[in-house]
Design a protein around this ligand. Structure first.
Ligand SMILES: [Fe+2]
Ligand SMILES: [Fe+2]
Length: 147
């Protein structure tokens, strides 16, 4: 297993956490297949599924950021774009390069993913939680009634 799904990766938003956990499962699956010398076609299949799910996940995060007017949306999108560029190169390399080289690439993706989740995504989920708390109806009576 390349990434251990543990509490440091759980951010507290059910949908985002589930999507992250699904991506971790795919990254681990790719790594394990590499270790047991899986057929190149099978590796390509998992790599394409991973790239598709990452794209979908990034789109979901972007839609959510826009809908809640997240102020850090542009910086966050820049980080997403960087990984999308790496993933495009990764898909190409899966078809062409040896397993040793691919291990380095998937390790790079793992490092990028865990850093992004625990920093940029964590900041966004904190923003979501803070803003949800502010907009929830309060049990306290309006201030005017208390005066
Ligand atoms: Fe994310
Ligand atoms: Fe993100």
């Amino acid at each position: 297993m390349l990434i251990d799904w543990n509490s440091s990766l759980v951010l507290g938003d059910a949908r985002i956490d589930q999507e992250h956990q699904d991506l971790v499962a795919l990254i681990n699956q790719f790594y394990e297949m590499l270790h047991r010398g899986a057929h190149r076609d099978d590796l390509c299949g998992v790599a394409f599924t991973l790239a598709e799910q990452v794209t979908q996940h990034f789109n979901n995060e972007a839609d959510l950021m826009v809908s809640v007017h997240y102020p850090g949306v542009l910086a966050h999108q820049r980080e997403h774009k960087m990984l999308m560029g790496e993933l495009g190169a990764f898909l190409h390399r899966v078809e062409q390069e040896d397993d040793c080289e691919l291990r380095n690439v998937i390790t790079f993706i793992k490092d990028w993913f865990t850093t992004h989740v625990t920093t940029a995504d964590a900041q966004f989920v904190k923003f979501l939680q803070d803003n949800t708390l502010c907009s929830e109806p309060s049990d306290e009576p309006p201030l005017a009634e208390m005066l």
